[in-house]
Design a protein around this ligand. Structure first.
Ligand code: GDP
Ligand code: MG
Length: 446
């Protein structure tokens, strides 16, 4: 069923949904072949963006595709996994809108939850096509699991009571979705994928429904995104994660959407200290992580890890620019520094009366600031990355409160904050930060 179209790149797929709905589990299922192919340490070695090749997808969808006869033309699906960044920050990456297509994971037993609704709003505003993975069907009372089977085959072996129980639960979720202006339809009954997002019942534990999901993603991409995923020559590359690795130095996990990167390319990065020009020393590709020298060249769309000197202060979520012979470096530098300024411009001038906000990346900081604005929580100062002394000092003004999102604060700094009367609120979920902050304000008023 594979007939590659060389003009198309792999679409980028994000997984969204409420905490514990099963996002990570579904991701792991989707890239199962990849993770299993590596050694035990494979998972920790994983790059933030993983390419699931069309060969793997074809192999996993052979049986279900017998009835659909759908020709796979894309080279694969690039799934993004940025651990710790819950729901929106994944999508809110700066520069291009990275997410082409999405999986919205809904726990069939819990229905729509706060972050599910937030994710739906985001998808609607981005107009990104998405499928709804109605997850944890294996927990429907009396369910008989058929490992890794297409959903319809699974449904066939259930008793009538179980089918009724399942349909009752699905109908309830469909009704909840309708309240959010989402006309969801079980994919096997869906006649109009553009108007009606498809529901795929899944179990990330037994693998039921995963083949269906793997077939639907290429189908949606090829049907509705062919322009968007047509390859372009100009480099389009985003930094997803920045790490300092022992014995290696600073590494960047990037998502190269279009164009190509070569070892030795001169690049410009947006860092906390402004624009930095450096060189790509090594390119590690996920399929080839063990070779220390890496590869010479990569072509979009693909995820890769780059080793570059002086890149440790790079802001995750910003663009990586290649400096070619025709590049006007002065202009580019201005552009990169403007990107940095956008983040700080959120601070209304002279407002030194708010909270200090610290987040792991520019993308998550922006999402957080948006949310705080909507919640009428005033912001006094901001920081990106793990907080340092200066950040703690800044927090001792105004509300004497630090909101930490997806970052780590060391014990000595924690102590320093305590001594200066600063309350630290840390969470990996934005809502929790806001809730905690409101609770703090109430206790202070008492
Ligand atoms: P996330 O927070 O959305 O990434 O959710 P996780 O993937 O971490 O899953 C949360 C919990 O639900 C874990 O204990 C999983 O093992 C469990 N889980 C996820 N998917 C399924 C499923 O399909 N069936 C069952 N029974 N448990 C699941
Ligand atoms: Mg998770």
């Amino acid at each position: 069923y594979v007939k590659l179209d060389s003009s198309l790149r792999s679409p980028v797929c994000c997984v969204l949904g409420h905490v514990d709905a099963g996002k990570t589990s579904i991701l792991d299922r989707i890239r199962r072949s990849r993770v299993a192919a590596g050694e035990a340490g494979g998972i920790t070695q994983q790059i933030a963006a993983t390419l699931v090749s069309i060969e793997d997808i074809a192999a996993e969808t052979v049986s279900i595709n017998r009835s659909h006869n759908f020709t796979l033309k894309i080279p694969g699906i690039l799934v993004i996994d940025t651990p710790g960044h819950e729901s929106f920050s994944n999508l809110r990456t700066r520069g291009s809108t990275l997410c082409d297509v999405a999986i919205l994971v809904v726990d069939i037993h819990s229905g729509l939850q706060m972050q599910t609704i937030e994710s739906i709003k985001l998808l609607q505003s981005k107009r990104a096509p998405f499928v709804i993975a109605l997850n944890k069907v294996d927990r429907v009372y009396g369910w008989k699991s058929v490992t890794n089977s297409p959903f319809k085959d699974s449904l066939k072996v259930q008793t009538e009571e179980v089918v009724q129980e399942f349909e009752k639960k699905m109908e309830a979720v469909i009704a909840e979705l309708a309240m959010q202006q989402v006309n969801a339809v079980p994919y096997y009954k869906n006649k109009d994928f553009r108007k009606c997002p498809a529901i795929v019942p899944t179990s990330a534990v037994t693998g039921e429904g995963i083949p269906d999901l793997l077939l639907l993603l290429p189908l949606l991409s090829q049907k509705f995104l062919s322009d968007r995923i047509t390859k372009r020559d100009a480099v389009e590359c985003n930094v997803l994660e920045v790490k300092v690795q022992d014995g290696v130095g600073s590494t960047l996990d990037v998502l190269l959407l279009n164009g190509s990167l070569n070892r030795g390319d001169k690049i410009m990065l947006c860092t906390l200290n402004g624009a930095v020009t450096t060189k790509i020393q090594t390119i590690l590709e996920s399929s080839n992580m063990k070779s220390a020298s890496g590869v010479q060249r990569i072509e979009g769309a693909i995820g890769a890890r780059l080793i570059c000197k002086g890149a440790e202060k790079t802001l995750a979520g910003t663009e990586l620019h290649v400096i070619g012979p025709k590049t006007n470096e002065v202009e580019l530098k201005k552009k990169v520094e403007a990107e940095l300024e956008t983040a700080t411009s959120y601070l209304s001038s002279g407002s030194n009366g708010g909270v200090h906000v610290q987040a792991s990346s520019l993308g998550s900081l922006e999402a957080l600031l948006d949310f705080l604005k909507a919640s009428d929580i005033p912001v006094g100062s901001i920081g990106i990355g793990d907080p340092n002394k200066k950040d703690v000092m800044k927090s001792s003004n105004g509300y004497k409160c630090m909101l930490l999102f997806d970052v780590h604060i060391s014990n000595p700094l924690r102590k320093m904050a305590e001594d200066s009367g600063v309350t630290i609120i840390a969470a990996d979920v934005i809502y929790h930060l806001c809730d905690e902050f409101r609770r703090l304000m109430r206790t202070r008023q008492m």
